[in-house]
Design a protein around this ligand. Structure first.
Ligand code: HMG
Length: 392
């Protein structure tokens, strides 16, 4: 029996900052961002958008496509995030309510920086293996925030991915072997009292590459596929140039020929959406997968994809999946393109204005400005409670 991703969609905020508008503020050439980091734009959350509204927006089309009995088969919702909105209650419980899912379900939130979406996927596969009638909704949702004016600022972004994990999946069957790597590194973290991450940029690049090395070596030791048997590679993308560097590193490590055209073809389609969205932490690698499936001109049915998931701190996992024949009939390419094309470009001044109150920490009473284009919004914060509502 095959297990894997049966349906897949992403959501992002309704606004973006063009990095050409950030470059002069930082006193650098736009090429530093577009070429050096491989980023053109970053999605910017409005005050009424957060990990809950993004997660619910990503999952809505998957849930709407299901018949009543299929919806009832969703008995587990796993929400992966590192920009959660509560220290206790899972963001997934709000999402479960907004989607109108059955109360006969377990819902939890998972955290380990950008990696936890992959742990959610692996746990979902284990649950479905135990009961193949069951469907698990895995959602990765994050708002990436660094200090204004810091080197990390151009690598911000936000987004969510929803995956329906089932037996006999229509999109990608995940193979059983994983390569794992954990090491205690302070490359990027966010203490409870901060709304933005603390990062040692140089160390983070090394920690990512070290985790890739460790995960690949473990993957091969566990009997995982040879490099030459993997057709395309999806990496965690804090900025898309990182995936280019990671792929060069893995190609070298695996002793494969370093043919630039071949290497580019193995990753180019995975980078397209993230260039426009920016880092979405837990969602980033899976938006890379959506990008590959949506953009590949050849039919990928039967192709093996390698995934490298990385979360600072640090945990890495390398695994593979096989694209299922007929997958193209189940993609949501037009909706994804529309979502990105319909975003509004904001000026630098407007960006500063709307990001400021993303995470009110004072516990006060707030009515939240109505700005989102998405199907759900944060309407108010009152009595220490966040109140969400549909926008239509
Ligand atoms: P920086 O110091 O601003 O940039 O920080 P730089 O000086 O290293 O330049 C970046 C690149 O632009 C370089 O390319 C320059 O040469 C090039 P490279 O040599 O590395 O190939 N460049 C230019 N190219 C063309 N024209 C120009 C030009 N000028 C310079 N005019 C850094 C960059 C990534 C460190 C910073 O943005 C940062 O701290 N970002 C946040 C941390 C991060 O993203 N780390 C990635 C690995 S960790 C990770 O992936 C986990 C994470 O997602 C979090 C989680 O797990 O939760 C972050």
């Amino acid at each position: 029996m095959q297990l894997g991703i049966d349906d897949l969609a992403f959501a992002t905020a309704g606004r973006y900052l063009d990095l050409a508008d950030l470059a002069p503020v930082h006193g650098v050439e736009p090429a530093k961002y577009t070429v050096g980091l491989g980023q053109d734009r970053m999605s910017v959350c409005a005050p009424d958008e957060d990990v809950v509204t993004l997660a619910a927006a990503a999952a809505l089309p998957l849930v709407e496509a299901l018949a009543d009995d299929e919806r009832a088969a969703i008995r587990t919702v796993l929400l992966a995030t590192e920009s959660g909105i509560d220290q206790s209650k899972s963001a997934g419980v709000y999402v479960h309510a907004l989607l109108g899912l059955s109360p006969a379900a377990r819902v939890v939130e998972l955290k380990q920086a950008c990696y936890s979406g992959t742990s959610a996927l692996q746990m979902a596969l284990a649950l479905v293996a135990r009961n193949p009638e069951q469907k698990v909704l895995v959602i990765c949702s994050d708002v990436a925030r660094y200090d204004i004016g810091s080197a990390g600022e151009p690598t911000q972004g936000c987004g969510a991915v929803a995956m329906l994990v089932t037996a006999n999946p229509r999109l990608v069957a995940i193979e059983p072997v994983s390569g794992l790597h954990t090491s205690d590194v302070m490359d990027f973290w966010r203490p409870n009292y901060r709304t933005t991450a603390v990062v040692d940029g140089r160390l983070s690049l090394r920690a990512y590459t070290d985790a890739l090395t460790g995960a690949w070596e473990d993957f091969r030791a566990q009997g995982g596929a040879e490099f030459g048997d993997i057709d395309a590679f999806v990496y965690h993308q804090p900025f898309t140039k990182m995936a280019v560097k990671a792929h060069a590193h893995l190609t070298r490590l695996a002793g494969a020929p370093r043919d630039a055209a071949v290497m580019d073809a193995q990753i180019a389609d995975t980078l397209r959406y993230n260039r426009e969205i920016g880092n979405s932490y837990t969602a980033s690698m899976y938006i890379g997968l959506v990008s590959l499936l949506d953009h590949a001109t050849e039919d990928l049915g039967g192709s093996r994809i390698g995934f490298f998931s990385y979360g600072s701190g640090a945990v890495g996992e390398l695994f593979t999946g096989v694209v299922q024949p007929g997958y193209r009939a189940h993609l949501r390419t037009a909706a994804h393109r529309r979502l990105l094309d319909e975003r509004d470009r904001v000026s630098h001044a407007e960006y500063l204005r709307i990001v400021a109150p993303v995470n009110p920490v004072d516990g006060g009473e707030h009515d939240v400005e109505r700005l989102t284009r998405g199907p759900f919004r944060l309407a108010a914060i009152t009595g220490h409670q966040r109140l969400y509502e549909p926008t239509t």
